[in-house]
Design a protein around this ligand. Structure first.
Ligand code: CTP
Length: 403
């Protein structure tokens, strides 16, 4: 999945011959899963039509402050568009537009949006080779870079003038990979290894029956997906669950029993930075597993159960620098029980679910949790989707590394 998936991009097109390439650029952004709004300077419309870019971006294209289709409709609000964007790219960025950006000139919608945007801004210059080297152009580059904007350098080759040299706008594929690589490099969990457990475990009674629980695995899969989006190298150890990871980079290990989950966790834990135990591990398993299917001969049947290993507690015992997060699913004395688990299992953070809260626990798409850290600081959260709860948990992880 591209790091641009779900991102909101404003593409500002200024008036150079390279503007015709923005049709491909918009397509690449859309294929990467981004939402795109295009803003054109009036001059750029001589090189590519708004109709082309609105069709490809699936959004109206704006180049003036008033609504081009319906003059009585509200104006094109540059502040709104600027704040909507997760990132803005000006491509092609002509010498004229860059000079205006460098000096705060604001005589068209693209420049007003640029000045309003708070997101990361990239610019891909395009001009003839001598213009590209002119001291005033170089001064624009350094001013724009000093404002925190990121230059996507022009490439060398044949130019519209017939001359050959540096000044061609970077090819759309190269602009896309430049932005993707830049964003990947800045992801907050980049370089971190994260292990997460998910789902129920099944404890065999005989070859066809087991003891299990109602966990779907959703919470753990959401954590794995969100962590991968934040740049972590994710190992997901899951009991039986019908979910499949949305992010292809996730290393999925499927297990059945608590014993298998224990072994898998101990294989990866030493080499992990962050471990999150979201699995609903069976606490007991049949002491003797029948080798053949048990026949219904008797009027009642009794099993002797033995404790499974507490995976999380065993990780807490051998923990070095790992940031260790557990869950607690409680029905009464929630806070006290959760605090007890932090100490008993040597955790850095516990995510408490109370089954007394509506919308929390198994089989729901939502969860209501309270965070309790190892110093017993508590933070109750609102009822949220499990995806949003996963983001909150990972924000705690990021905060830990930023402290
Ligand atoms: N856990 C585990 N291995 C077990 C049991 C639990 O790793 N054999 C983990 C769970 O993944 C969860 C945390 O321990 O992160 C707490 O699980 P929970 O079921 O709330 O508590 P238990 O420790 O099993 O205690 P109890 O059932 O008595 O409340």
């Amino acid at each position: 999945m591209s790091v641009l998936s779900g991102k909101k991009i404003v593409l500002g097109v200024s008036g150079g011959i390279a503007a015709y390439k923005t049709a491909s650029l918009v397509r690449l952004f859309i294929k990467a899963g981004a939402e795109v709004q295009v803003i054109m300077t009036p001059a750029s419309k001589d090189f590519v039509t708004p109709l082309t870019l609105s069709t490809l971006s699936k959004n109206p294209v704006h180049s003036t402050f008033y609504n081009e289709v319906d003059e009585n409709a509200s104006w094109n609000n540059h502040v709104e568009i600027g704040l909507w964007a997760d990132l803005m790219i000006i491509a092609p960025a002509t010498a004229n537009t860059m000079s205006k950006m460098a000096h705060g000139t604001c005589d068209n919608l693209l420049l007003a949006t640029y000045l309003s945007a708070k997101c990361t801004i990239y610019f891909a210059p395009a001009m003839d080779l001598d213009m590209y080297k002119h001291p005033s152009t170089l001064a624009s580059f350094s001013a724009l870079k000093s404002f925190g904007n990121i230059i996507i350098p022009a490439e060398s080759g044949e130019l519209a003038s017939g001359l050959s040299g540096e000044g061609r706008m970077a090819e759309p594929e190269n602009i896309l990979s430049f932005i993707e690589n830049d964003m990947i490099g800045k992801l907050p969990l980049r370089g971190k290894k994260l292990m997460v457990t998910a789902g129920p475990t099944y404890e065999a009674i005989d070859p066809v029956r087991f003891i299990g629980n109602h966990s779907s695995g959703r919470m753990g899969f959401e954590i794995a997906n969100e962590a991968a989006k934040l740049g972590a190298e994710v190992t997901l150890i899951s009991g039986p669950s019908h979910y499949i990871p949305a992010d292809k980079s996730i290393h999925l290990i499927r297990v059945i029993s608590a014993e298998e989950m224990y072994n898998a966790c101990h294989t990866y834990f030493e080499n992990t930075d962050i471990a999150i135990a979201a699995a609903a591990v069976a606490d007991y398993r049949p002491k003797n597993v029948a080798s053949q299917k048990i026949k219904k001969a008797e009027s009642s049947l009794t099993f002797e159960l033995e404790k499974t290993k507490d995976i999380l507690a065993s990780l807490g015992e051998i923990k070095k620098d790992q940031f260790l997060i557990g869950f607690a699913l409680e029905t009464e004395n929630e806070i006290e029980n959760a605090k007890g688990k932090i100490q008993k299992k040597n955790l850095d953070l516990i995510v408490l679910n109370s089954l007394q809260d509506d919308g929390a626990g198994f089989g729901t798409s939502t969860n209501k949790v309270t965070f309790i850290d190892k110093n017993f600081n508590m933070e109750p959260m609102d009822l949220k989707s499990k995806g949003k709860v996963a983001q909150d948990i990972l924000n705690k992880v990021i905060a830990h590394y930023n402290d």
